[in-house]
Design a protein around this ligand. Structure first.
Ligand code: PLP
Length: 280
């Protein structure tokens, strides 16, 4: 089913699947903010599992956090903000061990940027794993964030319940038309992906050379720990007209920053500024 951004699908899942004041969901910590925010608004209890120190998912520890009232496990792959990505085969393994009353939601907002995509794309698993829900969006690789269009792929019976709750006109006509056109525009998509992949590699190796610790990323952003205080670097970059994401608020990672991959010129300007600012 399509939604006003995949945000709407996340919200609907939390309103339709778990029962307030009875059921719970499982989230990794840190993870994309919206899962926790909407779950709290809905009165759903949240069980959190800390990510491994390298920001990978402790998949072997999920089972011990699940009880008779766990309805959803949310997992973001590629993950936001780290960029860490879980092979689809491992997620199939996780889906296999979940109890019948619990669904695995795999948020793949950044999957188009994965290399090789086939190794990480969860959509092909759905035929054999009806307990997996995949979320995708037109906001990232397709560049249509402001039009608000995303979708979730799930069993028909669940989609049917969700459609009864969804506001009938939440997705507007312009977004529908743009989404259909975007699906036909392979040139734009391929150009965006190849630019992102080559620049991601270049920015990561230069940042490392300059003394930053850069997490491996399959997304269109990099998370890194600079060799100078993160908050100070953020404000100094801001003064030069570069807006990146500090990760203290929402993610509780005060030593880290997340930078989106831009055009080659934008990235070069960012790297030049970092070269200057990393020296104090
Ligand atoms: C951007 C993003 C979304 C939501 O995107 P929409 O604009 O609502 O489609 C969902 N999950 C993650 C992890 C994101 O980064």
């Amino acid at each position: 089913m399509i939604g006003n951004g995949s945000d709407e699908i996340i919200d609907l899942l939390l309103r339709v699947v778990p029962e307030p004041d009875r059921d719970n969901i499982v989230l990794f910590r840190p993870s994309f903010n919206l899962y926790e925010l909407q779950a709290k608004l809905c009165g759903i209890a949240i069980y959190q599992i800390d990510l491994n120190p390298d920001f990978s998912f402790p998949l072997d520890r999920v089972k011990e956090h699940i009880d008779n009232n766990t309805r959803l496990v949310f997992l973001t792959s590629p993950d936001n903000p780290s960029g860490h990505t879980c092979p689809a085969a491992s997620l199939a393994g996780l889906a296999d061990i979940l109890p019948e009353h619990c669904l695995l939601v795999v948020d793949q907002a950044y999957v188009e940027f994965c290399q090789p995509k086939g190794q990480f794309d969860v959509l092909p698993l759905l035929a054999d794993h009806p307990n997996i829900i995949v979320l995708r969006t037109f906001s990232k690789a397709y560049g249509l964030a402001g039009l608000r269009l995303g979708y979730g792929v799930m069993p028909e019976a669940l989609a049917n319940f969700m459609l009864r709750v969804k506001l009938p006109f939440s997705v507007n006509l312009l977004a529908e038309e743009a989404g259909l056109a975007a699906l036909d525009d392979n040139v734009f998509l391929e150009t965006t992906i190849s630019l992102c992949v080559s620049e991601r590699k270049r920015v990561a190796s230069r940042l490392t050379e300059l003394g930053a610790f850069v997490l491996p990323s399959q997304a269109n952003f990099l998370m890194f720990r600079p060799p100078v205080p993160a908050q100070k670097l953020f404000s100094n970059l801001l003064r030069k007209g570069i807006i990146i994401r500090p990760l203290a608020s929402g993610y509780n990672l005060p030593d880290y920053l997340r930078v989106s991959i831009g055009t080659s010129e934008e990235n070069s300007f960012f790297l030049t500024c970092c070269a200057e600012l990393f020296n104090g």
